[in-house]
Design a binder for this molecule. Sequence first.
Ligand SMILES: [Zn+2]
Length: 395
Amino acid sequence: MPPRSLPFEVLLNADLYGPASLGRRSLLVCAGKIVWIGEGSPDLPEGFDCRVRDLEGRRAIPGLIDGHAHITGGGGECGYETRVPAVPLSRFTRAGITSVVGLLGTDDITRDTATLVATARGLCAEGIDAWCFAGGYHVPLRTLTGSVRGDIVHIDRIIGAGEVAVSDHRSSQPTLDEILRIASEVHVAGIMTAKAGVLHLHMGDGERGLGLIREALAVAEIPARVYHPTHCNRRRELFEEACQLTGSGCAVDMTAFPESSIGAGEYSAAEAWQRYRSAQLPPDLITISSDGGGCMPQFDARGLPRGMTVGEPAELAATLANLLEEGCALEEVLPAFTSNVAGLLRLPAKGRLEVGHDADIVVLDEAHRAVDVMARGRWHVVNYAPVVLGTFEER
Ligand SMILES: [Zn+2]
């Protein structure tokens, strides 16, 4: 029997990571928000209708923020039959993901921004939070209003642009001027709206690597925070370049590739995070995302697909668990999945367990798996099982 959702709920005896380690704490959740954190029980009036749950010392962490997922389904890179279906709600919640940013990739021609925005709104209606980026791989960008600036300013869910492909045979081979024009649009729209205003860049395998971003930083006034390259762990040389780029103030994103798809020249997201930390680079400039729902094809030397796998939101949770299994400290690992993403994407109520923040809470078991997941004050996963399903999901 799933627990009833009441406006008030007390969670007792959490080993709280906010993401900093806060020790044994209790939380009071009210109407989707954390309204109190303290020791013992909150002082509540007698007869107060409030559910109480004892976490018995289990670790409670902020809900993960997946900053890169193909919520509509991506793909189509190995033929029409390989267009990936939309990612249903519980594939996110089971992985402890309570916030997600949807985007278009290679297929920004049979998929469009209108569908993307509607899909994000659908996930919000189902109980998690979802935003999206205008555009896709190709320039000129796919938009809803005719411009990226207009999309960010006029559409509530759109917070930036991406994933614009560079250094990839599937890109539209954008020039420096084209990248600068897009970056300027997202930057100005971000200022106008207090939204993220980021240009999320898909990095391909090409040897040009991050050259375009370095040039953009060298010639224009647009701040480094606007550029957010992803898949930076797909090639070792690219990873080294990305590490150097953080010296300019750019945040860099690693992809939680499925283990089966990691080739000889790549790093897993967990290995990339460990290398990044060992190099003592800025701890707030690394993020990790799933590429969930995305098509991950392998190509031969002629640029023809040899086969494909599909990105999974669960890989984000698996990456976190792998890092903890290897002995990394939870409070050091967590920001790349939570507060760093919230900071970069300017999501002020997300990524931390603090009073006034959304009650997006993941309870971990001893094997570092998500036992229970709450999104905006509502339990979505209880004892490993989703108790809330997407509208068209079957139990
Ligand atoms: Zn990509």
